[in-house]
Design a protein around this ligand. Sequence first.
Ligand code: 3PG
Length: 306
Amino acid sequence: MTKVLVATEKPFAAAAVEGIKETVENAGFEFALLEKYEGQEALIEAAKTADAMIIRSDKATKEVLDAAKNLKIIIRAGAGYDNIDLVAATANNIVAMNTPGQNSNAVAELALGMMVFQARNHFNGKAGTELKGKKLGIHAYGNVGRYVANIAKGFGMQVFAFDPFVKKEDIEKDGVIALNSVEDLYSNCQFISLHIPANDKTKKSINFELLNSMPKGGTLVNTARKEVIHEEDLLKLMEDRNDFTYLSDIAPDCRADFENKHEGRFFFTPKKMGAQTAEANINAGIAGANQIINFIKNGDITFKVN
Ligand code: 3PG
């Protein structure tokens, strides 16, 4: 029987697990669950007998994929698939897919939530500022970027975007001003919300020059990946400009420097939690289960990324 393994170090909400189990079993497949595991060994061991897998930010390394001798498909229940070794997946004849859009609203709500939290001084009782009328630049206008734009317009923000892969007219029909370059975006907007993927081109690409061009009160909101930030540059900027703030879904590697020197000018979630809502877990998890079923039964490769 086709065995579908859900392997999540950071578990889905219980309702999502139930929904995935039901979907998988209704299709006549076997359901297996590995949650809150410690270390790659546990993942490698569980992967050995799986025909299909659903993961989150779990690391599907070459070791995992080489060991998974029966594996035909691996689903990243979410958007960013930088945690899957795509070369190893292809070499092992494993189809890799993501579930685009399914958890995007949750991530967008966290981006705006962190902005409000910071603008109101972490709710410490002192007078803060409002988002209304401020300029927000969306760096990459994909699924999450679109949701962020929509919510930000509700706050009365002026919303701008830059994305070389999206037509200007597609951005502007959402009532968002499309800018011509990343430099224009950063130099125009007090708030920047990052939505670029982490890959060889983007890692460490958010550098001193870009960040330093942001207007007074510059606030960088990162619900993408910590790897896209040039952390040495960010730290230098934090030293040079005491008006600058960094908000991130998970802490940078240089977290201790922020804690020691920049109190009140940063916020980091303790665990990556942009997509950590019941709704997002249900949407992404069940979409992943259906993608597995459609692939195994009908050869459907929509959302294949390798
Ligand atoms: C994504 O790429 O979809 C998000 O970063 C969510 O990651 P998570 O499933 O590990 O919370």
